[in-house]
Design a protein around this ligand. Sequence first.
Ligand code: UT7
Length: 325
Amino acid sequence: MSNVGIISLGHYLPKKVLTNHDLEKMVDTSDEWITIRTGIKERRIAAADEDTSHMAIKAAREAIKNADMDAQKIELIIVATASADSNFPAVACMVQRAIGATQAAAFDVNAACSGFLCALTTAKQYVQTGLYKNALVVAAEKFSKLVDWNDRSTCVLFGDGAGACLLGHVRSDRGILSEFMHAQGAYGHLLEVIAEERNPLDQTCQAIKPPYVTMNGQALFKVAVNSMFEAASVAIKKAKLKLSDIECVVPHQANDRIISGVAKKLKLPKEKFYINIEKYGNMSAASILVALYEAVENKRIRKGDHVLLVTFGAGLVAAANVVRW
Ligand code: UT7
């Protein structure tokens, strides 16, 4: 019996670094406020001509190369994004075209910051049931285009980037051991990107103001800690493990204080958490994949380790997976 697991990883980060000091010149904020309240020091910002699909393609190419995989053999592509280039075609179809995965099915998943884990669990089911032999899961966000750069309460938090992983059959002592996904739609209003209303019969096609992120940070903070705690607890139980069996936690990187809150509630030392928020801010769906990539590169995750991936985000959607690496 084989399991479904992550065979390879890829990532991409735009070159431009926007520091807290850069932001001090743009809005009424300070490096001290951002650092103390969030843990963020800098974030990456995609170029004007670099959209979500471009970052997704670069991350996907690296994951394919690292698996030494022939793109023609990829059977499914799922891209997790809340900042697609356009309403359609799906970013996954753009990736499919660029990498030449002509045999693959392709679609996007939007669960905001929880998108990657929802896509991972979705892809896992397809591979486990045998409908597809493998799946390429990509998470990519150009969140900078959803941010109002005059709004200091949100613009300091987010960044752009992408990650990718290839799923396939692995030995039965490895792979994705459990999954958890849960939505609390009642909290949807806490974090939104809503387009201006438009008369559906309007033939003038007037320019519409681009929709921006609006957020109730404090309310979200409280729900975030509890949601991630619940997601982590259920996923660990489903994997038939104890908290002490987890060698590394890769959490969604929304706020260092949220991660501390989750660590405290789980009674896990914070040293077990892989945190890179200081370099990239909150890259929404891409955060966990980029952190996972780095944790493996930096040997914070080694073969045989139990890894907990845990997230929350707009929706409100929480999710978690336990993986034996
Ligand atoms: O992936 C999910 C997405 N987002 C989240 O999970 C965010 C969850 N929430 C948070 O991370 C925190 O609530 C924030 C980091 C967003 C805010 O931290 P906070 O400790 O909750 O601050 P606050 O909203 O209570 O604001 C405190 C003060 C306010 O001023 P007054 O009313 O006390 O005078 C804000 O106007 O800080 C002010 N403020 C700022 N000051 C400097 C808000 N943003 C800034 C800023 N720079 N960028």
